[in-house]
Design a protein around this ligand. Structure first.
Ligand code: DQA
Length: 147
């Protein structure tokens, strides 16, 4: 089964970007860890990062019918993008929303997510660990789904 992992704007700067909030691990390291875990879980992990809203919408549209779950950190678009929400609504697979930081512990403008009410689940505040937790959860969800 194929799992798409989407990283939104500025997450390409992980490691350099506000490390006290987002940690010191780079996006390449996170992606590598996910691919390795995917191999163990028998999941094919595709990762994608973009700083552009439309590119993320295009990627989600292309995933239609081709993946069993989407793990997405929409980054700042979490709080603004109806376009990404609508694209995710196209897909009939579990969406896992993830944030490195605990968005509810931060500025009020980060408390609103356009994705949370259409997601199967949200992980927020576990740092880079959250991505692996999400992938393990996806493996469980897929294994327990009706054939
Ligand atoms: C983030 C939280 C967002 O509010 C912020 O805009 C990000 C990253 C996180 O992973 O904690 O870019 O999604």
């Amino acid at each position: 089964p194929k799992i798409l992992v989407i990283h939104g704007p500025n997450l390409n700067m992980l490691g350099k970007r506000e490390p006290e909030i987002y940690g010191s691990m780079t996006l390449d390291e996170i992606n590598k860890g996910l691919k390795e875990l995917g191999d163990q879980l028998n999941l094919e992990v595709e990762t994608f990062q973009s700083n552009h809203e439309g590119a993320i919408v295009d990627k989600i549209q292309k995933a239609f019918g081709k993946c069993r779950s989407v793990i997405i950190n929409p980054a700042a678009y979490t709080h603004t993008s109806i376009a990404i929400r609508d694209a995710l609504l196209l897909l009939d697979v579990p969406i896992i929303e993830i944030h490195l930081s605990n968005i509810y512990k931060r500025e009020v403008f980060r408390h609103k997510s356009f994705v949370s009410d259409i997601a199967a689940a949200q992980l927020t505040g576990f740092g880079h660990m959250g991505y692996k937790m999400a992938l393990k959860a996806v493996a469980e969800i897929i294994n327990h789904a009706a054939p």
